[in-house]
Design a protein around this ligand. Structure first.
Ligand code: GDG
Length: 462
């Protein structure tokens, strides 16, 4: 029987539910269900001599194998190539990419080091599932060491159209690395098509009759596997006694009739300044909402050592201050901006207690918050989800109010529409969305990916 081995940049402590970040949540859920080995960075940066062996700990049915990064690796691999080159380019933000040859060199060397460390733990029949843009080259490095088993890769973020992808120096090498996998999963059909075009147009790739794709002498499967959430658990979390108290407290503390909630890592891809500007427009254009609507934005810090993130933080602080100054009153604060990590169960309660969920990224692989907001709602009196058309989630959640996040007018109108939507329409939209997220939950995502990798039910607890 095969063992499931997962590799991702960060390994989260799954004994502590509540780490912010979609990948940690989704991978943690999948591993807890199956058991196995989770390999990656422990989040530590240290220049004291490092052991080449990963540190092993266990958490329930999961063994965690973790390495730390050196200062130089943190700068050039994590902050550099991963988060200042791949992250912006794959989110269609060529303007924010910082191209630096040292970044790419360290990205390769960290992947080599990780491959050696993981190689020491691998058994020949392990099924290896590698996650996200930090580790594109990991399977190629493991194959170079002689490992011949099946490798799967899932990209949690978007895959852009060819003109953007080829702006990456060394893009040919990246495509070649991707072809070391047997299966490559994307969030949406649009991402898969973009990948296929890159391979056909820039790597002499050929689409085979069975839908697989060939290049560099290998044939691989590339498909869309839209990620989901653990709907039942999240729904239950929004319905505990503590959650009820939390909602009660929220209602007591605000004079607002309608609370709008946004929850996003403070990232420039999430469209937060655009969202605040749309809310300002709502207060300008529909003055009846003053003292009636409140926007609560939870935006925990993330990647603060990257300049672009410091910029967005300053911009948001300026905007929320200006809007609150212009419209606020002694008994009403229009925007409640919380730049802190909030416990997951509190988030679930807040989603349930807020009449509108505002999810307006400029570009997002999927966006789990959209699904969590729907999961938390009361069937009898559900809130309304406003969702960016540029979130992967929009491909399968068209009963939300789907908006163009760049168009402040459209977003403001949608907030107004959401706040005044008749109960029957809210119920219909919610029922359809709920059915979909329930059917396509995180275990289905994991099952379908592993089945496509050809391992299906045979993967079992380590
Ligand atoms: C990447 C892709 C894709 C947020 N703030 C807090 C908190 N969170 C949780 C949310 C949600 C998760 O973090 C965020 O997931 P998203 O999917 O919205 O976004 P990314 O972090 O950018 O995730 C994304 C995802 O990977 C999965 O494939 O959907 O497109 O970008 O679960 O609730 N959790 C807690 N406190 C917070 O303050 N506890």
């Amino acid at each position: 029987m095969s063992r499931l081995v997962v590799a991702s940049n960060r390994v989260a402590d799954i004994s502590k539910p509540g780490s912010a970040g979609g990948l940690a949540v989704a991978v943690g859920d999948a591993l807890q269900e199956l058991g196995g080995l989770w390999f990656g960075w422990d989040g530590e940066v240290t220049d004291t001599p490092r052991s080449p062996q990963p540190r092993l700990t266990t958490s329930g049915r999961v063994t965690l194998a973790m390495l730390s990064l050196s200062e130089e690796e943190y700068e050039n691999y994590y902050l550099g190539y991963a988060n200042s080159v791949l992250w912006p380019v794959l989110h269609y933000r060529l303007d924010l990419a910082e191209l630096d040859a040292a970044y790419l060199r360290t990205y390769r060397s960290v992947n080599q080091r990780f491959a050696h460390a993981l190689g020491g733990l691998l058994k020949p029949d392990d099924v290896v599932w590698i996650h996200d843009y930090h580790l594109f080259p990991l399977a190629a490095e493991l194959r170079a060491q002689g490992f011949g088993q099946r490798f799967g890769f899932f990209l949690h973020i978007p895959f852009p159209p060819p003109d953007m992808f080829v702006a990456l120096p060394g893009y040919e090498w990246l495509i070649r690395c991707i072809f070391s996998y047997d299966l490559v999963g994307f969030q949406t059909e649009a991402d898969r098509v973009n990948f296929q075009r890159v391979v056909q147009e820039h790597a002499d790739g050929v689409l085979e009759a069975d839908g697989r794709i060939s290049a560099f002498g290998r044939t691989i499967k590339a498909d869309a596997f839209p990620i989901g959430i653990d709907v039942e658990t999240f729904r239950a979390m929004a319905r505990t006694r503590k959650a009820d108290d939390q909602i009660e407290k929220l209602r007591r503390r605000t004079i607002a009739g309608v609370n709008i909630i946004g929850v996003d890592r403070l990232d420039y891809t999430k469209g937060l300044p655009e969202r605040f500007k749309a809310f300002r427009l709502l207060l300008e254009n529909y003055p009846e909402n003053r003292k009636y609507m409140t926007l609560m934005q939870i935006a925990p810090p993330t990647r603060e050592d990257v300049d672009a993130y410091a910029d967005i933080r300053m911009e948001l602080e300026g905007l929320s201050g200006a809007i609150n100054g212009a419209f606020g009153d002694i008994d009403w604060t229009p925007i409640r901006y919380i730049h802190r990590n909030v416990a997951r169960d509190v988030l679930a309660a807040l989603f349930r207690g807020c009449e509108v969920g505002l999810v307006t990224p400029l570009r997002d692989g999927m966006n789990l918050v959209a699904k969590e907001y729907v999961a938390a709602q009361d069937d009898e009196n559900p809130g309304v989800l406003i969702l960016s058309r540029f979130a992967g989630a929009a491909e399968t959640m068209d009963e939300a109010l789907v908006v163009n996040p760049y168009d402040a007018n459209e977003v403001a109108q949608s907030m107004q529409r959401a706040a005044t939507m008749p109960l029957e329409e809210r119920r219909e939209r919610h029922a359809a969305l709920y059915k979909r997220i329930e059917r396509h939950d995180v275990s289905r995502w994991r099952r379908e990916f592993l089945a496509a990798l050809g391992v299906g039910q045979e993967v079992h607890q380590a």
